[in-house]
Each structure stands twice: as structure tokens, then as C-alpha cells.
Design a protein around this ligand. Structure first.
Ligand code: HEC
Length: 245
């Protein structure tokens, strides 16, 4: 093989490599991969799982643009030590909301609530309810005049036995507690709505719900100051330790 022939081979190999590189680059430029940054659609009434998509992408080697990054991450993942598994009971205790929730002072919180935000939240109820005066029952009963209405009392609606058995009246307190998690507050209810875990969402909604009546029932009186907040009184007058039988 003389020099001329050798360089022909060399040029052919180099040319092939160059073509492969150009194709790779061209493919990447023509079909850029787009990744989700937030959930593509929201299903009303369904709690969004809190998935951090950016985090997911970081952990997903194919999502890295350059092969070198992919190789580095895979190498790192192979090397990673296994993290000791977290005790599931401990984990759920840390993330679960407290079972008992402090009730707000409605007399102060409702006038301060954001009615427009409440109206937006109420769109989620429309899937199953209407709140027009004399409106029809849908999957759930008509909610006109719901605040102050006896529970399970709307004519023509077939309530669950759980709802009927609970009895009582839809006071501000009751609605606030029910809407946090209907299924947890009244186990066996037919209202399959996940609930509104954030107290402020419920306050905003209740502020809007007051418009579902000719005259909304008055807000409950201001809550009395809680004794344990008043630390000054405690310091001057320590409570005698009572021995309870
Ligand atoms: C998936 C359907 C669905 C959605 C969404 C829904 N509800 Fe309901 N709701 C029902 C059903 C069904 C009942 C009857 C429950 C029973 O009988 O156990 C009900 C009952 C109720 C009651 C008790 C009514 C009564 O007459 O005693 C209230 C209050 C209520 N819903 C409020 C709301 C609010 C406020 C929203 C929006 C945040 C909402 N619901 C969203 C289906 C739904």
C-alpha cells in the first residue's frame, strides 16, 4: 500500500465519521426533545400528586441532552450507595396533616377571605352540584341555602345512609370540617370529592358560598381568646395543680 492509497483509506474513514457526527447533530437540531415542566392537564376534583418533574428529569438519564452527561450520571448512579430505606410509618407521620385541625375564627376569617378565589374553587363543585335557587339535583343535591340547612334535607335527593345518620346542621364549622376531606369526616358519604386540604381555600369558598342564599346566616360570634395564648396571665397567676382522680 503506497502513501497515496493509505491516505485515501484515511480520508474515507474520516469522512464516514464526519457524516455520522453531522447526522447526529442534524437529528438533534431538527427534533429537539421537549420535557414537561408541569402536569399537562388538571383533572377537577382529583388531588395532583406532587411530582417534581424537574427532579424526575434529572434522575432520568435519557433526558440529558449530551451523551457525555448521560454516561457521567449513569456512572454516578452505579456508584451510589443505597440509602437506608425510611421507616414508612415514620415518613407518613412526618408528612400527614394533623388529624385535628384548629377551627378558625369565622367572624374574622370570612370577611377577610378572597371571594373571587372561592368562586374559582367552586367550579370544582359544578361537576356534581348546582347552587341555583330551586336548581336540580345532579350527582349531588342542589346547594342553594346550604349554610344553615339541616344535613341531608334537600327534597328529592337520595342521600347516603352515612349522611342521613350524621344529622345536625351545616353550620360554618361543619362545612369547613367536611370540605377538608368529605370521606374522612363522614365515612361512607357518596360525595367522592377529595377535599380541600388548605384551610384558606375552604375559607375563600365558604365566603363565596354565602352568596348561595337570599340572606346568608350570620357568622358565628368572635371566638373567645384562648387561655393558653395569654401567657402574661399565666406568669402572674400560676394555675394551682389540681390532682384529678
Ligand atoms: C364528585 C361529585 C361531587 C363533587 C365534585 C362535590 N360534591 Fe358535594 N356532594 C356530592 C354527593 C353525591 C353528595 C351527597 C352525599 C351523601 O349523600 O352522602 C354531596 C353532598 C354535599 C353536601 C351536603 C348536602 C346536604 O344537603 O346535606 C355539601 C355541603 C356539599 N356536597 C358541598 C360540596 C362542595 C362545596 C363542593 C365543591 C368544593 C362539592 N360538594 C363537590 C357529590 C359531589
Amino acid at each position: 500500500m503506497d502513501l497515496w492509497e493509505g491516505s485515501k483509506y484515511g480520508a474515507a474513514i474520516l469522512g464516514a465519521l464526519l457524516l455520522a457526527a453531522i447526522c447526529d447533530w442534524l437529528g438533534g437540531a431538527m427534533y429537539p426533545v421537549t420535557y414537561l415542566v408541569r402536569p399537562a392537564y388538571i383533572v377537577p376534583g382529583v388531588a395532583e400528586p406532587t411530582v417534581d418533574l424537574a427532579e424526575l428529569r434529572r434522575q432520568w438519564p435519557q433526558a440529558l441532552a449530551s451523551p457525555a452527561d448521560r454516561a457521567r450520571l449513569l456512572g454516578y448512579m452505579r456508584d451510589m450507595r443505597k440509602v437506608a430505606s425510611i421507616n414508612p410509618a415514620q415518613e407518613s407521620a412526618a408528612t400527614a396533616e394533623p388529624a385535628v385541625e384548629q377551627l378558625p375564627d369565622f367572624a374574622a376569617a370570612i370577611p377577610a377571605a378572597n371571594v373571587a378565589a372561592g368562586q374559582e374553587t367552586a367550579q370544582r363543585c359544578l361537576q356534581c352540584h348546582v347552587w341555583d335557587k330551586g336548581g336540580p339535583n345532579k350527582i349531588g343535591p342542589d346547594l342553594y341555602g346550604i349554610i344553615g340547612r339541616p344535613r341531608a334535607s334537600h327534597p328529592g335527593f337520595d342521600y347516603s345512609s352515612a349522611m342521613t345518620a350524621k344529622g345536625g346542621t351545616w353550620t360554618y364549622d361543619e362545612i369547613f370540617r367536611f370540605l377538608r376531606s368529605p370521606g374522612r369526616y363522614i365515612p361512607g358519604t357518596k360525595m367522592t370529592f377529595v377535599g380541600l386540604p388548605r384551610a384558606q381555600d375552604r375559607l375563600n369558598l365558604i365566603a363565596f358560598m354565602r352568596s348561595w342564599a337570599d340572606t346568608p346566616p350570620p357568622l358565628p360570634p368572635h371566638k373567645a381568646q384562648k387561655a393558653d395564648v395569654d401567657t402574661g396571665a399565666k406568669a402572674t397567676k400560676p394555675a394551682p395543680a389540681k390532682a384529678k382522680p
